[in-house]
Write a protein that binds this ligand. Structure first.
Ligand SMILES: *Cc1c(COP(=O)(O)O)cnc(C)c1O
Length: 508
């Protein structure tokens, strides 16, 4: 084989690129990554994935190992979530795909029962954005039920009022991503069942931790009658590499609507329970190997570590003047807001806090304040996802959280309107593009839908594209802008940012 570049050099370059990534191990990044702290699990996953690397997961009748692994993985999940023999399921490529398929299945069940027109999807406003995507892709009307600003949970009676024959699916979270709130699953399930509406429990983030949680929790899974489907990600608290989740469904007849099947072309019959055609078996093999090796005792051990670390962080946050927890977080995640009960000079803005923690080497996730349609304003927060490895780094993390709060206590929250004002003072020509008009769109004279070049120019003026990208290490001002700019404009700018990030670089 004649290579243009030596394979070892190619890998060396990738190694160098990886140095620039946020650290995936060691507990310094408190979102996105789920470190069990067990190198042998990563090795096991890599070994399993390598064994099936050439396999096409498309056809488990040809590659029978795929059928065996998927069946055993579904069995593990079904037992963890208290499903009986009526509960069946699939491995998917991740939480988003599990959620998309839950919605698609429900829509098709609804249509098969005679539903016509555009059905509704009812969910709390904290529901994961994957359901916004599902509603858009599968053409349902997403109806968001406001949650309490105190604990992030919807009121079951208010939720029940939204249910009706045109609702194809109701969704609750166990727990929600933004606030780690455990929605009132049993109460809403009772209303949903009475209304004949199927109910999905999105346990993507917390499912495999809640199932082994050391303290008793209200029933949130298939123990609750009326729960018709449940999603849980193995690439989160299943400690598998990215690309694997499960979707479980109660009732074979319901679940068969998940499948796409056609013999209507001259090629091989296409029968897919998931969105992809040809697909990797690696992530499935990795998750299967980890669940087989750990079993329930291994999961309980890892979950106990994450639970102790979460409790320690909660205690630490309770001890930090000016910050407070949002509600009562359930599972290994939490959100922190400013304590408005203390004097302004004692308050800590969670976004300034997160930026100060980042400067000290700890990455928290900034979540913007959110104006709920028809409900209370939800606070801006900092989100922390806690993993087993976190327990080992508590001696460094807790003082860093305290120190970051001390560094910014009393500084006012960054005001998006002021950031915008400064920007416009320096660059008045941006006003037309950035200022909300009376109609709620972008500026009257500005384009509602900026072209790619206009959007890139705007990002450049905001310091987010090209040059030094000075805002990259201070996210608080960016989030403050997200809170005040018209939403469609922000969304368009973010699309541009992500799209430009993967454009081939012109050789200069
Ligand atoms: C992560 C997550 C999802 C989406 O999962 P991906 O694996 O990122 O596609 C859905 N719901 C909740 C609650 C999540 O935390």
């Amino acid at each position: 084989m004649s290579f243009q570049q030596d394979p070892s050099e190619v890998l060396a370059r990738l190694g160098a690129l990886r140095e620039g990534d946020a650290p995936t191990h060691g507990g310094r990044v408190l979102s996105y990554v789920y470190d069990s702290g067990r190198a042998e699990l990563d090795e096991l996953a890599a070994g399993a994935a390598r064994l099936v690397q050439p396999v096409n997961g498309l056809d488990p009748t040809t590659f029978t190992s795929v059928a065996v692994m998927e069946r055993e993985l579904v069995a593990f999940a079904r037992e963890a979530f208290h499903g009986d023999a009526e509960v069946v399921g699939s491995a998917t490529s991740g939480g988003t795909e599990s959620c998309l398929l839950a919605v698609k299945t429900a829509r098709d069940v609804w249509r098969a029962a005679g539903g016509t027109g555009r059905p509704r999807l009812v969910a709390p406003s904290t529901v994961h954005a994957a359901f916004h995507k599902a509603a858009e892709l599968f053409d349902l009307e997403l109806e968001l039920v406001p949650v309490s600003a105190y604990d992030g949970r919807p009121d079951p009676a208010a939720f029940a009022e939204r249910l009706g024959p045109d609702v194809a699916l109701a969704v609750v979270s166990a727990p929600s991503y933004p606030f780690a709130s455990l929605d009132p699953v049993a109460e809403i399930a009772a209303f949903a069942e009475a209304a004949g509406v199927p109910l999905h429990v999105d346990a993507c983030i917390g499912g495999f931790a809640l199932a082994f949680w050391p303290e008793p929790l209200p029933a949130w899974d298939f123990r609750v009658p009326g729960v018709t489907s449940l999603s849980a990600d193995l690439h989160k608290y299943g400690y598998a590499p990215k690309g694997v989740s499960v979707l479980l469904t109660r009732g074979r007849d319901r679940q068969r609507h998940q499948y796409f099947a056609t013999t209507g072309w001259p090629g091989y019959p296409v029968v897919n329970p998931t969105l992809a055609g040809s697909k990797p078996a690696g992530p499935l093999a990795a998750a299967w190997a980890i669940t087989q090796a750990l079993g329930r005792p291994g999961f309980a051990e890892l979950t106990a570590e994450a639970a102790r670390a979460t409790a320690a962080i909660i205690d630490a946050v309770r001890g930090i003047a000016g910050l407070r927890l949002v509600g009562e977080p359930i599972g290994p995640l939490l959100a922190v807001e400013s304590d408005l009960d203390v004097e302004p000079e004692q308050r800590v803005d969670p976004h300034r806090w997160a930026d100060a923690a980042l400067a000290a080497g700890w990455q928290l996730q900034l979540q913007p304040g959110f104006a709920q349609p028809g409900g209370a304003a939800l606070p801006r927060t900092a989100h922390l996802t806690v993993t087993p490895v976190t327990e080992r780094v508590l001696p460094e993390l807790l003082p860093a959280l305290v120190g970051a709060a001390d560094a910014v206590r009393g500084l006012p929250p960054i005001d998006g309107a002021a950031v915008l004002g400064e920007l416009l003072a320096a660059r008045p020509e941006l006003a037309a593009a950035l200022l909300p008009s009376a109609e709620g769109g972008a500026g009257a004279a500005g384009p509602l839908e900026p072209s790619s070049d206009q959007a890139a120019a705007l990002l450049g003026s905001l310091g987010l594209l090209g040059g030094e990208a000075p805002l990259a290490t201070r996210l608080a001002p960016v989030l403050a802008l997200v809170e005040v700019l018209p939403r469609p404009l922000t969304e368009r700018l973010l699309v541009e940012l992500l799209a430009r990030a993967v454009e081939p670089v012109e050789a200069s």
